[in-house]
Design a protein around this ligand. Sequence first.
Ligand code: BG6
Length: 510
Amino acid sequence: MSAAHGANPLRDAADRRLPRIAGPSGLVIFGVTGDLSRKKLMPAVYDLANRGLLPPGFSLVGFARREWQDEDFAQEVYEAVKQHSRTPFREEVWQQLIQGMRFVQGDFDDDEAFEQLKTTVEELDKAQGTGGNFAFYLSVPPKFFPKVVQQLKKHGLADQKDGSWRRAVIEKPFGHDLASAKELNEVVHEVFPPHEVFRIDHYLGKETVQNILALRFANTLFEPIWNRSYVDHVQITMAEDIGIGGRAGYYDGIGAARDVIQNHLLQLLALTAMEEPASFDADALAAEKTKVLGAVKLPRDLGASTVRGQYAAGWQGGEKAVGYLQEDGIDPQSKTDTYAAVKLEIDNRRWAGVPFYLRTGKRLGRRVTEIAVVFQRAPHSPFDHTATEELGRNAIVIRVQPDEGVTVRFGSKVPGTQMEIRDVSMDFAYGESFTESSPEAYERLILDVLLGDSNLFPRVEEVELSWKILDPIERFWDEHGKPAQYQSGTWGPVEADEMLARDGRSWRRP
Ligand code: BG6
């Protein structure tokens, strides 16, 4: 940006320290009665307002079938904020926010409702000074995406007039395979230009995920060893202790790999493995992520390098948990995976021969997401075997959540008269190094949408390449048997342990 405007390094340095505040704008949420909206989107809007990052006339419009008046909608938002917002409740912030709250009742086929939405948006422009700038957040089941964007077009809601902007924000899953993702992209791009389409992958909004780039490219310490000469393998884990809760309708038939490997875990892989971008701008970042995703290769034997599982009954946190097939709304014959582990390779000079193991699952031992870069053993050890044979490998672990930070693990001498060596770790914890708490991913992402900053949103190419990686795995699974069962509260099916054991490795137990 600075180069284009004739850079003044001093001014630019100062600018970067100023908070990024959204200009006049509003947000329309489709699917406003859903879980995501209540737990994440509404609280994030409030938190942004509370932090002073929204414009004074910011407007929030809910669109849903529910027979609500504006006041009912405001009450819903109020309860969501009270329950789920990150920052303390402040009456004056709330009073300002409700000035711009409106509700439009209708379903997605209802032309009158979309006309009403248009009128509402125009009225808000006048009353609240939103300047014609609106983002439309599609927090709806994917089968409705095409309908909603077509309705926006039909009713002129996607038109950008007099320098104003109109943007589409699309929740995942973006398709269920490559073909459907391509179709969806075509439909969306017929209505919104590519730079006005923001595909959500909320993992990219997490501070710890953005920190992968800081860790790698703001330091000299890590990058020289971040390659096949030193790295033995990489493990990316996203473990959840929860089951599918009330999401049977969404989850059954989708499964763990489509739900989170296609997006979150492949994005984590891309950030971990990509080359340094020329700058931190959206194009440069996307170029590197696209390159590395394009270099991902599946091992030939998918039977030996992928595992899927389904949780059976068990104990979790001292409570009895039912199996997946006994959950409400699940087909008792369902073959949906609630656990998935895959081994990927990256066909480039930096990573040739280094496996990337990705795993995710519901109802596992505990909630944790981490990226562990595990190093080769020292080529030679001058120490007595008996003293060092228990030694693990050196590792750098990026702890994405819940205990955000970075751990470096290495061997150290045990105090005493002998040369005994044990693994120890050195920790960086966000909570100790910084006083401010990390914003929620959705705060950052909603703000970026309003600012038109697309750094943290996957591009079409990334989404399509990710499906290209996953499609053959899903096909293979469809054709071969059923998922392995694992007991709730454990670390997944034994087949996943065997998969790594065959390579002479084992999963970390975070
Ligand atoms: C969502 C998945 O994208 O991520 C859910 O659809 C999953 O199944 C959730 O539970 C986990 O998000 P987080 O931020 O709690 O790790």
